[in-house]
Design a protein around this ligand. Structure first.
Ligand code: GLA
Length: 365
């Protein structure tokens, strides 16, 4: 869990923005809710010196001092690069300098590296035209190379693979050292983008587990024009998916509603459940989906998503409690967004949801 600069600041991010984000993570209660990584995304890179050592650009005058500052707040710090010659925003990549870069990140005090394929895709195609298998091998090798470089640098770093889910990343990313791997293209700050990504994660639960996670991309809660209900759906879905919760909003403008959605402890507890078992789809109707997730204490998280663009009441919905592990068709339920115990619910219980809304329940026998 943490925060990343890209979804809000994109190419404009500066040292001051990162320090401010760290300050606000603490004062807003986000850190204490679990958001501990402060990740600098693309556009921090400057040129290499005569020995090939990467320098930060003028927006980041002293990376070591910045890392020290973030650490002094009880937080961790992350950085970003690409296996290619250039990053996606066309800044300097790590190709040919992997060990040197990992060493530099370690010296600066970095705790996390997001490694984004970007221009390396072009190299793969040029070296192995029309040979997807050879291209895939080249990509895996590039990730292994940086993984080994991090190990050699001797500072523990979370290794985050970003290659947009190409070649079914979940099948091989753990083998190349990935702690998390993107499963999709970039998220956008709107409901359609978010929910399309969320629903497309169905079937991927078996590939995730403690230390290696599917990453449906960073949160857009608090960005764009997403409504309260849409932000609830976003956070509900990411928690069902055991997804990394990397906030991407501008804390300087965070309102209470957004803060309370991001810091809902009962919802975060689902995301961070120690069993580490990702949830999956139980049932899909035209305008409704039901997902479930087994939890460490033997209970089950059940999420109901209202995908409808205009209706606000779900009629005739069966909760599919049997399919979610409750053969009796009844369960004790707690609503994790309203923080209310609902007592015993039946399969036929009806929930009222606004358009694009969601309900998240914790069910026990
Ligand atoms: C890609 C990634 C994004 C972000 C940008 C930065 O698009 O998927 O998450 O890191 O690059 O350029």
């Amino acid at each position: 869990m943490g925060w990343n600069s890209w979804n809000w600041f994109a190419g404009k991010v500066t040292d001051a923005d990162i320090r401010k984000a760290a300050d606000l993570l603490v004062s807003s209660g986000m850190r204490d809710a679990g958001y501990v990584y402060v990740n600098i995304d693309d556009t921090w890179q400057g040129k290499r010196d005569a020995n090939g050592v990467i320098q930060a650009n003028e927006k980041f005058p002293d990376m070591k001092a910045l890392a020290d500052y973030v650490h002094s707040k009880g937080l961790k710090i992350g950085i970003y690069s690409s296996p290619g010659p250039q990053t996606c925003a066309r800044y300097e990549g790590s190709l040919g300098h992997e060990e040197q870069d990992a060493k530099t990140y370690a010296e600066w005090g970095m705790d996390y590296l997001k490694y984004d394929l970007c221009s390396f895709g072009k190299n793969m195609k040029e070296e192995h035209p029309n040979d997807p298998d050879a291209q895939n091998k080249m990509m895996r090798d590039a990730y292994v190379k940086m993984h080994n470089a991090i190990l050699k640098a001797g500072r523990p770093m979370v290794f985050s693979l970003c290659q947009y889910g190409f070649d079914q990343s979940w099948q091989w990313a753990p083998e190349v050292g990935g702690n998390l791997w993107r499963t999709t293209d970039d998220i956008r700050a709107n409901y359609d983008s978010m929910i399309l990504i969320g629903l497309s994660q169905a079937g991927l639960s078996k590939f995730a587990g403690p230390g290696h996670w599917n990453d449906p991309d960073m949160l857009e809660v608090g960005n764009g024009k997403m409504t309260h209900e849409e932000n609830i759906s976003h956070m509900t879905m990411w928690s069902m998916l055991a997804a990394p919760l990397i906030a991407g909003n501008n804390f300087t403008e965070m309102n209470d509603d957004v803060r309370s959605i991001l810091t809902n402890k009962e919802v975060i507890a689902i995301d961070q459940d120690m069993l580490g078992k990702q949830g999956d789809r139980v049932w899909a109707g035209e305008e409704t989906e039901i997902w479930s997730r087994p939890l460490a204490d033997g209970s089950v998280a059940l999420a109901i998503f209202n995908l409808s663009h205009d209706r606000n009441v779900m009629r005739g919905l069966r909760l599919h409690l049997k399919e979610a592990g409750f053969p009796s068709g009844t369960a004790h339920a707690r609503d994790l967004w309203t923080h209310k115990d609902l007592g015993v619910i039946k399969d036929t219980n009806v929930f009222t949801m606004q358009r694009h809304g969601a309900v998240l329940l914790k069910l026990t026998k």
